[in-house]
Ligand binder design. Structure first.
Ligand SMILES: Cc1cc2nc3c(=O)[nH]c(=O)nc-3n(C[C@H](O)[C@H](O)[C@H](O)COP(=O)(O)OP(=O)(O)OC[C@H]3O[C@@H](n4cnc5c(N)ncnc54)[C@H](O)[C@@H]3O)c2cc1C
Length: 393
């Protein structure tokens, strides 16, 4: 008997909805199963990098809500500020609920995609003949492929044996919105030992403030609003800027952020987005990476005869290789930055050095997004950076 769908996508977050759109483009019939209702909120800094915007554009999706983001600015407590503009054009700051709504609307307009909100997948089965999921309401649904897009604590990753234990970093994130006119067109990152604050313009009169912290060193207890305030108290400059800003909602928190995977694929199963492994949001990555992974997965599956298991396996092996090269620079840069944020003397010097070499800073942003290689760093900029880092100028 032929399966009911070509693909079942577990999770209707940005990764899952974009995966469904990408699969639909190659002619696959997809079912997205989402535990919550859609559109859905989630703790997120809400800054989409230019590469993520470009990915959405290829799907015919032009985000209308939110604000253009032109770059990143790092600020330290001592007042040092390094700023770089995106060479790739603007990204976008947008409320997570608006992004979710735009993706949901797009998905609903596609005839080969169905969505089942408010339904949780509680078991998955994959073998040579096909795959199936069991829903919390008892029903089983079959497909050729299961895509796990179920986020940081992915059930799909754990139940398919792809999760790796152990973490290098134990970090958590929290976010809240404020009624305030954005005072910068960049994402501003306020650095402090073991915790950073991120300010993202998400509308003309609204900003998102997110914290990411090392939970082994810092415990903003109790959670919720008081936890948020206790973190904000660590950033006097930001606290002053928010003095007359009214908070608009409750805090949302999530973690631990680092999630390790043995592989993003198994028999008749692929992982995308946070489910496929995540390190941290410190470089503003997550959404763009998820969108790129979704496109790459569809590219790998695009040319195969989906009824031939051997071809499906070959496509998944290719996805595994391309997933690794897609995320390599993200893991390198994010890991390096996370180590630096634990050493105040180092990040203070780093920010001053980036301030002295804004062209190198802009290139590093491009390298992180995968649009430039390390070898493209201009030697003059590298020298200026090193000299400033060592305090020679
Ligand atoms: C504080 C913070 C700031 C961040 N800032 C940024 C930023 O500025 N820019 C950026 O690009 N990224 C940022 N990120 C990262 C970004 O939020 C994530 O990478 C992104 O949300 C991942 O999307 P996803 O679809 O993979 O996962 P999610 O959005 O978590 O979606 C997973 C979905 O799966 C569903 N689900 C789970 N289990 C099941 C199940 N068993 N059955 C059915 N459905 C299920 C969930 O309900 C959820 O809707 C930030 C993260 C944090 C924590």
């Amino acid at each position: 008997m032929s399966p009911q769908y070509d693909a079942i996508v577990v999770g209707g977050g940005p990764a899952g909805l974009v995966t469904a759109l990408q699969l639909e483009r190659i002619g696959w019939r997809a079912l997205v199963i989402e535990a919550d209702q859609l559109p859905r909120d989630r703790a997120c800094g809400e800054g989409i990098m230019p590469t993520g915007i470009a990915e959405l554009r290829t799907l015919g999706l032009e985000l209308t809500g939110g604000m253009p983001l032109h770059g990143i600015a790092y600020r330290t407590g001592s007042g040092a500020t390094a700023r770089a503009r995106f060479a790739e054009g603007p990204g976008r700051g947008i409320l997570r609920t608006q992004l979710s709504a735009a993706l949901f609307e797009k998905v609903r307009s596609r005839p080969r995609i169905e969505v089942l909100p408010g339904t949780r997948v509680i078991e998955i089965f994959c073998d040579d003949t096909g795959s199936r999921v069991l829903l919390d309401r008892g029903e089983q649904i079959s497909s050729r492929l299961i895509v796990g897009a179920d986020g940081l604590s992915s059930f799909t990753r754990r139940s398919s044996g792809l999760a790796l234990p152990g973490r290098r970093f134990r970090r958590f994130g929290m976010r809240q919105h404020f009624l305030a006119t954005p005072w910068d067109d960049c994402v501003q990152v306020y650095l402090r030992e073991d915790v950073e604050a991120y300010v993202t313009p998400v509308d003309r009169d609204r900003i998102g403030v997110a914290f990411l912290w090392h939970a082994d060193r810092l415990r903003p207890e109790p959670a919720g609003r008081r936890g948020f305030d206790s973190l904000l108290a660590l950033f006097p400059l930001l606290k002053q800027e928010l003095k007359s800003a009214r908070s608009l909602d409750d805090t949302l928190a999530i973690g631990p952020l680092e999630q390790r995977t043995r592989s993003p694929v198994a028999l008749r199963l692929a992982l995308v987005g946070d489910a496929s492994g995540y390190l941290d949001a410190i470089t503003g990555e997550g959404l763009s990476l998820a969108f790129e992974q979704a496109r790459v997965l569809a590219e790998c599956l695009g040319d195969i005869d989906r009824e031939v298991s051997r071809e499906l396996e070959g496509a998944l092996r290719l996805y595994r290789r391309r997933h690794r090269s897609l995320t390599r620079n993200y893991y390198r840069m994010t890991g390096a930055l996370l180590r630096i944020t634990r050493r105040p003397a180092l990040y203070e010097r780093l920010v001053r050095a980036l301030q002295a070499a804004p062209d190198l800073f802009a290139r590093l942003l491009s390298i992180n997004m995968g649009t430039a290689a390390f070898s493209s760093i201009p030697p003059g900029a590298a020298l200026r950076f090193v000299a400033a880092f060592l305090g020679l100028r």
